[in-house]
Design a protein around this ligand. Structure first.
Ligand code: MTE
Ligand code: MO
Length: 510
């Protein structure tokens, strides 16, 4: 290759990668500031605001709804051309290229400070972009003319030059990917905060006094969104906007349909308090939580498609590919199986399934509570399998009756005399009828139960114990409304839920 040609090539590449790296790092710097601080978008917006009317009309006529995309691509193309020009200038007339970069950065600053949402920090990203581009350009262009100005400019070998370009390209690509991903996450979080939830046509019954017993250390009746237990296979929480969300319903149906967010919230919503439980919960474990859910009855949506009579399973798929298989009989038997959009008065938190998830009273989460749900296939249990059933877990998995001692803490020292023991018990969609406590080898004695809110929620209990000095073991067991008492036998969570009595050891001081 001729020396001159190679030098031109190097200079052009140097300009291009320097400017791209600067722009990408500039976008990265916006993350701690604001999504509105993007210099790239500020420049595009500035052009739209200051374009003559005919240009704007031409763009809308030509590109239609893709006009924004066309503009972003157009800005990118101009940037690429000017970057190459800057590289060429810099190699032959040092600092002329730098002047172009400085002009560009200045334009970025002007665009940023004229944004309606402007904050002083908005000038930082274009300045950082200009600085990174400028330094990279000067350094790379020193290496761009190895033979022409040998010695004087300290030109690099071809290998060195390619190495430097590789590093800058990697910086540009990494910054762009991180900025984009994090920017999207920020967009969804902002959307969630703004989201207008439907007003329920039927609100949850008020929580009567006494449902929350006035005893320290007992799990509260309602769980906070921030501390609600979380279980899923997602390495990265899915980021799904309401605009992109769809629920495709197909399989053994009379007519396939695909619901959009607007279609979904047009269905009358109800609000219910329902306790969710994970099958992986060990005896005494805390993988259960109780929330006020807002959602559309799943059965009301299923009636829109007409389910064939020989179907018995709903196979739900999450946007991340996870699946659950739920008995259609359980969804349509009158219980409040919901396609939930709200949790404790807010849109679903991202990690709890934003924008749409399922909540089915009485079934463990792995067979019912599909988060980020986007697809419903109406099928049969003898034809389809779901994520965890494929891995040795159960198929139908109704929640087993459970009870737990919440206080006092394990191995704690209690003063002799009256000790207040308290906890929770659940048997969703059947209801808890009694909880009993046993001290050491003594007889089972009934605990005081808080009022039952509904059969779909857990229930607190309290047991006053006149403690004798020494070390004691307390056991608890619940009986559901069907009259079945928790068995003593310890069974591991796999395949369909743990059993056994929860116990705690306390030391009573003499
Ligand atoms: N998409 C998806 N949904 C899912 C899961 C999952 O791994 N992926 N886990 C399920 C399980 S096992 C449980 S117990 C519940 C937990 O819901 P939470 O995280 O909101 O408490 O979500 C269910 N929904
Ligand atoms: Mo679970």
């Amino acid at each position: 290759m001729g020396t001159r040609v190679e030098t031109c090539l190097r200079a052009g590449v140097a300009g291009l990668v320097s400017v791209l790296a600067g722009v990408a790092v500039g976008e990265l710097v916006t993350l701690p500031i604001s999504g509105d601080a993007s210099p790239y978008q500020a420049v595009a917006a500035f052009l739209v605001d200051h374009a003559p009317a005919f240009a704007r009309e031409f763009a809308i006529d030509t590109f239609g709804t893709a006009d924004k995309t066309a503009l972003m691509i157009g800005v990118g193309a101009v940037l690429v051309v000017l970057a190459i020009v800057a590289g060429l200038l810099q190699a032959w007339r040092p600092h002329w290229g730098l002047a172009i970069v400085a002009l560009f950065a200045a334009f970025g600053v002007v665009a940023a400070v004229t944004r309606p949402t402007m904050e002083p920090a908005f000038v930082i990203p274009p300045l950082v972009a200009g600085l990174v581009s400028g330094v990279a350009l000067v350094v790379l262009c020193r290496g761009a003319a190895p033979r022409v100005s040998e010695g004087k400019n300290g030109g690099w070998s071809r290998r060195q030059f390619i190495g430097a370009v590789g590093v800058l390209t990697a910086v540009a690509a990494l910054s762009a990917v991180v900025a984009r991903q994090a920017g999207r996450a920020g967009d969804i979080m902002a959307e969630r905060l703004r989201l207008k939830l439907p007003t329920p046509t039927s609100t949850a019954a008020p929580v009567p006094a006494g449902v929350d017993v006035d005893v320290d250390g007992v799990t509260s009746f309602l769980s906070d969104n921030a501390t609600f237990y979380r279980i899923d296979t997602a390495l990265q929480v899915p980021r799904l906007s309401t605009a992109d969300w769809r629920l495709r319903i197909h399989g053994m149906v009379d007519r396939e349909i695909t619901l959009t967010w607007d279609d979904l919230i047009a269905v009358p919503a109800i609000e219910r308090i329902i306790t969710l439980t994970c099958v992986s919960n060990e005896v005494g474990g805390d993988l259960a939580g109780n929330a006020r859910w807002l959602g559309m009855p799943m059965k009301d949506i299923l009636t829109q498609v007409g389910i064939r009579t020989d179907a018995d399973m709903l196979l739900s798929t999450s946007v991340d590919g996870w699946t659950s298989g739920t008995s259609l009989a359980d969804i349509t038997d009158g219980r409040d199986a919901l396609l939930a959009v709200g949790m404790n008065g807010e849109a679903l938190p991202l990690e709890h399934g934003y924008p749409v998830r399922q909540v089915v009273p009485g079934l463990y989460g792995f067979v019912s509570a599909c988060k980020w749900v986007v697809d419903w296939e109406i099928t049969r249990f003898d034809r389809a399998r779901a994520y965890w059933t494929d891995r040795g877990w159960g198929v139908r998995a109704p929640i087993k009756t459970a009870s737990r001692i919440d206080r006092p803490a394990p191995l704690s020292r209690q003063p002799a005399g009256r000790v207040v023991v308290a906890g929770t018990a659940w048997a969703q969609h059947r209801g808890i009828s009694t909880v009993e406590v046993r001290v050491d080898d003594g007889p089972w004695q009934p605990a005081d139960l808080a009022p039952q809110y509904s059969i779909d929620t857990w229930r607190q209990w309290v047991f006053g114990w006149d403690a004798r000095p020494g070390q004691h073991t307390l056991y608890c067991r619940a009986t559901d409304a069907a009259g079945r008492t928790q068995p003593e036998q310890r069974v591991a969570p796999i395949p369909d839920g743990a059993t056994g009595w929860h116990s705690r050891v306390f030391l009573v001081e003499g």
